[in-house]
Ligand binder design. Structure first.
Ligand code: ZN
Length: 421
């Protein structure tokens, strides 16, 4: 079993150990008789770093450690980028800032879980320590899946106050008898050789992880969110240096937004809301103008000669917003005897009044991509599509009456079980 040096000193960045085994499994791994490298467990990720040694020829060698795992027998394995012969004595150096960051998040998690248990009766199920933030899943006594803003504030204040108290953090292996009498926050999930961590008098639980030496070294905590997740509350948070970085990021964002809106921080939301309302109003007015403009263009292209009894407009226009376009088309075909073959950018709209006998759905399918109803179809195509559609109507429908007579409308209505006066 590897002697885990971080149990005794979580700030031990360098150490000496001997390679006692080697294996190949998705890379080269070496097992050391003693190591300060933390293997992934309990939600806390592994340490990285390097191993250095002098080979038989007296040359200085080193290997990067990119992953650390513990096996069932308690051996700690280090994935290295080059083989290290068995029996070699190595000097290990772990990435201190990475480990310190993990200890800040992990330590903060203990404090947060302890406060949730003490103040709200919530049981913390697991820790996920991510690259950006960390989260715990909390089972609430009443089964609810959210926390109120007041509860989040209370938890943050409680934990930060306890961090500022700089209470000592202690880890040890109690005897079985001592363990039985300890008021643990929750029962241990493993058996035998249980390690206990206490933080001041507000946290006591079984844990094999690495912890700061006092609560002050956690720095601070900031809860980011508390959202429902599979019947529990998922509380996401950052601690220490990450909390500082997050605050700086928020400040930069808020200051930039403040400069853009010419508003102080506390008036940002109000200013943004006002701007949004003004923009919506301006958009409404712009859409009205755009609708009118498109209608003028459609009417400017009207031709009464091509289709007997029907006013046809073949309109080719630039790209425009869908809303005013749809409004202009619907207003145009509300008038009697109208047919419209419209191409706006790459958008085709074929439409006709209720009293015109053209199946626009079929027509659009013949010249481009798209479809819809017999009176209104849309799709994609090029301006020539509209021209081709006109040609089809004028050649194939020679001598045809394009208008449905009043009698025709009545017959159609009858077929559809409609009654009109
Ligand atoms: Zn722990």
């Amino acid at each position: 079993m590897t002697d885990r040096l971080y149990y005794e000193d979580a700030y031990l960045w360098t150490f000496e150990g001997k390679v006692i085994a080697e294996k190949e499994d998705r890379g080269t791994w070496v097992c050391l008789d003693r190591s300060a490298f933390y293997p992934t467990s309990g939600g806390q990720p592994f340490d990285t770093g390097r191993l250095e040694w002098t080979d038989a020829g007296g040359r200085a060698c080193s290997a990067e450690v990119s992953d650390v795992e513990a096996d069932r027998e308690g051996q700690v394995w280090h994935r290295v980028d080059r083989a290290v012969p068995e029996g070699t004595v190595v000097r290990g150096t772990i990435d201190g800032p990475r480990r310190r960051d993990h200890m800040e998040q992990h330590g903060g998690e203990h404090m947060l879980a302890g406060a949730i248990w003490e103040k709200l009766g919530g049981t913390t199920i697991g820790l996920h320590l991510g690259k950006e933030d960390s989260s715990i899943d909390v089972s609430m006594p009443d089964g609810r899946t959210h926390l109120t803003a007041e509860e989040i504030e209370m938890l943050e204040e409680t934990v930060n106050e306890r961090i500022r108290m700089d209470a000592p953090i202690r880890c040890w292996f109690p005897t079985e008898e001592e363990l039985r009498n300890l008021p643990l926050r929750k029962p241990p999930t493993v058996t035998g050789h249980i390690r206990i961590v206490t933080m001041g008098d507000f946290e006591m639980v079984a844990c094999g992880g690495t912890h700061p030496s006092s609560t002050g070294r956690i720095g601070q905590i900031k809860v980011i969110s508390a959202i429902p997740s599979k019947g529990k509350v998922r509380v996401t948070f950052v601690c220490g240096g990450r909390a500082e970085k997050l605050f700086r990021k928020y400040m930069v964002c808020a200051n930039k937004a403040g400069n853009v809106l010419s508003a102080p921080l506390e008036k940002l939301a109000g200013s943004a809301g006002e701007l949004k309302a003004r923009l919506a109003d301006a958009e409404r007015r712009l859409n009205r103008f755009e609708t009118e403009r498109i209608l003028v263009e459609i009417r400017g292209n009207e031709d009464q000669e091509s289709l007997p009894g029907v006013t046809l407009s073949v309109t080719l226009t630039g790209e425009t917003d869908a809303k005013p376009l749809a409004e202009a088309v619907s207003r145009y075909i509300a008038e009697d005897g109208r047919a419209l073959l419209l191409c706006a950018g790459e958008r085709l709209t074929f439409a006709r009044s209720g009293d015109v006998d053209i199946d626009m759905n079929e027509l659009i399918k013949r010249v481009g991509r798209g479809g819809g109803r017999p009176d209104l179809a849309s799709g994609a195509g090029i301006p020539q599509c509209a021209e081709v559609a006109k040609k089809i109507l004028t050649t194939e429908g020679k001598g045809k009456s394009w208008r449905i007579s009043n009698r025709g409308i009545a017959q159609k209505a009858k077929r559809l079980n409609l009654y009109i006066d």
